[in-house]
Structure formats: C-alpha cells, structure tokens
Design a protein around this ligand. Structure first.
Ligand SMILES: NC(=O)c1ccc[n+]([C@@H]2O[C@H](COP(=O)([O-])OP(=O)(O)OC[C@H]3O[C@@H](n4cnc5c(N)ncnc54)[C@H](OP(=O)(O)O)[C@@H]3O)[C@@H](O)[C@H]2O)c1
Length: 331
C-alpha cells in the first residue's frame, strides 16, 4: 500500500485523533481528517498540525447521521480527485441512555455504519480508492459476546420470532431499533459492532482484488470520549472498576496503533474481524474465529439491510468488484 493519502473519520477526539497523529509520524503525505462540521474538522486539523509540526492535515466536514453531509463530503473528495490509500472508518459511539433515532430513522450507534457505507461505496464508484487501498472500520469486543453489561442480539432467533425467518428484515429492524427491538444502550452498541463485522465480510467479497477491508477493535481505551453519552452504570461503575484491572485499559495511541497495524495486512485476511485475544481488551490482535462472525447468511443479510437503510448498493457484479472464482474478466 502506498503511504500517500489517508482519510480518518471521527478525528476530533480519541482514537481518530491519535490515529491521525500516528499516521503523520509514519510519513503519510496527506491525512484528511473529518469532524461533524467544517469548523470542528478545521480545529482538529489545526491541533494535529501543532502537535506534529506538519502541514499535512486536510479538514473535511462529515456528519455520518446525515446522508446529505456524506454526499457533500463525497463531492468535495471528487473535486480534490486524489485516490485514498487508507480509509479509516473510526467514528462511532456508545449510545445514549435514552434512545436516539436520527432524522434518517436510524438508531444513533448504528448511524456511523450507514454513513460509512455511503462514503465507502461512493468512493468506490467514483474510483477514489487506490488499487491497493486498505479500509479499516472500528469494531469492538462486545460483538463476540461474553462482555459484562453488553449482549448482542441472536439475529437468527429474532428473525424466526418476529420476521418469519427473514434475517435481512431482522437486521434492518435492529439498525432502526424498530418494532420488537427493546432498547438497551449497551446491547445496541454490541449489535452495531456485530453488524459492522458482518458488513466487513460482505464488503470484502465485493472489493476489487487488490483492495482489502478489516474490522478492527482498538480494544479498551477509556481515556477517550467514547462513553460520554452512556448511562451512569457504565460510566461510573463498570469503567472505573475495569480500569483497576491490569490489562483492561490502554492509551489511545496504543489502541489506535491497532488500526495502523491492520492496514498492513494482506488481501488473504480481507473481511475478517481482528480484536484482542479471548477474554482480553488489550494486547495483540487476532482474527476472531467465533462461528457467528463467519456465517455467510448473516453477513449477506447484514449487507442487504445496510443497503436497504442507506439506499446505496455496490453489487457483486459491479464492474469494479472482484470476479467470482473462475469467471472471465468482462474487460
Ligand atoms: N475507546 C474504547 O475503549 C473503544 C473500544 C472499542 C471500540 N471503540 C471504537 O473506537 C472508535 C473511536 O472511539 P473513541 O474511543 O475515540 O471515541 P470518541 O473520543 O468519542 O471519538 C469518536 C469520534 O467519532 C465521531 N463520531 C461519532 N459519531 C459520529 C457521527 N454520527 N458522525 C460523525 N462523527 C461521529 C465523534 O465526533 P463528535 O465528538 O462530534 O461526536 C468523535 O470524533 C468508535 O467507533 C468506538 O466504538 C472504542
């Protein structure tokens, strides 16, 4: 992969900010940093320039909850016309105690994936990802289960109970926090990160052959603003207790370094979810082998649900997409 142009979403604080700083240290030529408004992105770019003494940060407004903002960001990138080598889809949040649904009808912690999907597909269609581009999207350990206070939905069981076995409809209901979905903020977060892992696997099947995508959990780094909207139980009980346990917390830099590490992985592991070892929230990352991540039906249902909600598709037969094994190049 060329170390030329990177784009980091959610660079106004925490891990996105730390990742942008690390990329500068690794000699990237230009780092596009996004914030919900141009003013916030400019502020982040100026702060990063001051911290690194490098004038390589380009601010970009990107509010992932709002499709028109994603469209404007894409239009700006098309205008700049420079292909991106590393697309770091970092923005995300542990949702509010009280349920928040965006104007586009999406539960707040699911909204970043919808915006990231619109952005990624828009860049692919505009030929604005370089041939060997790497895409990394932020995942989290709760997607695999076994994290106290966080429980993901058993999608096949939920689909059977309320959607006549239609898993796409079930995932869409979860994304919208629609009928029959009980809102529990931490569980919504676990679901959001699980759907991200499935979406990643489905996107990998659609990417041109030189490109790769990975979901990567940065691991626990509580010195960011990630739980600012969360309820008191998580903020004032779970996190302070977790911080007392050795290995339960890392600096934002250590966590963000995982994204950069994954960006160097090969196409052979494209589509996989990398996170801490089982039972851990820090240390080395490894591919997650839990069967629910590798269920092709779940992955494709999640993709289709994201397509339905976002209104944007990148089909497998798209001229840019990787050809299925053994099929001739249509030129
Ligand atoms: N920190 C951890 O322990 C941890 C663990 C596992 C995974 N993660 C994941 O790592 C990523 C970064 O988290 P962090 O810890 O750095 O949190 P953070 O300090 O809150 O930073 C999150 C960034 O994402 C932006 N953002 C969130 N929702 C957005 C939206 N809808 N549209 C545009 N921007 C949005 C935020 O902008 P605003 O400030 O304007 O909201 C902020 O710039 C998240 O995806 C999180 O789920 C974090």
């Amino acid at each position: 992969m060329e170390h030329s142009i990177a784009l980091v979403t959610g660079a106004t604080s925490g891990l996105g900010h730390a990742a942008a700083r690390l990329l500068a240290g690794e000699g990237w030529h230009e780092i596009i940093v996004t914030g919900r408004s141009l003013a916030r992105a400019r502020e982040a770019a100026a702060q990063l320039a001051a911290e690194t003494k490098k004038r390589i940060f380009t601010p970009l407004a990107l509010e992932l909850d709002t499709p028109t903002s994603v469209q404007s960001a894409l239009a700006e990138l098309v205008k700049q016309g420079r292909p991106i080598d590393f697309l770091l889809l970092n923005a995300g949040m542990v949702p509010f105690k009280k349920r928040v649904i965006t104007a586009a009808g999406v539960e707040a912690s699911q909204a970043p994936l919808i915006g990231h999907h619109q952005l990624t597909v828009g860049l692919l269609k505009a030929n604005l990802l370089s041939p060997n581009a790497r895409i990394v999207i932020a995942g989290a350990e709760p997607a695999r289960g076994g994290v106290p206070f966080f429980k993901y939905t058993d999608v096949p069981a939920f689909a059977d109970k309320y959607h006549q076995g239609d898993q796409t409809a079930a995932v869409e209901a979860i994304i919208r926090n629609g009928p029959n979905v009980r809102y529990v903020p931490n569980n919504a977060y676990a679901d959001a990160k699980l759907i991200i892992a499935w979406w990643t696997a489905a996107l990998a099947r659609r990417l041109p052959s030189g490109m790769a995508v990975y979901a990567v959990s940065p691991g626990a780094a509580t010195d960011t603003k990630v739980v600012r909207s969360a309820g008191p139980l998580l903020k004032y009980l779970f996190i302070p207790i977790a911080n007392l346990i050795p290995g339960m917390n890392q600096t934002p830099e250590t966590a963000a370094r995982r994204y950069l590490q994954a960006a160097e992985f090969g196409t052979d592991v494209s589509g996989q979810f990398f996170a801490s070892a089982q039972g851990k929230f820090s240390g080395p990352i490894e591919a997650q082998l839990h069967p629910h991540f590798h269920d092709g039906a779940n992955q494709e249902s999640a993709w289709q649900a994201v397509v339905n909600v976002s209104g944007v598709d990148f089909p497998m037969q798209h001229p840019l997409a990787r050809r299925p094994e053994g099929q001739p190049d249509r030129g």
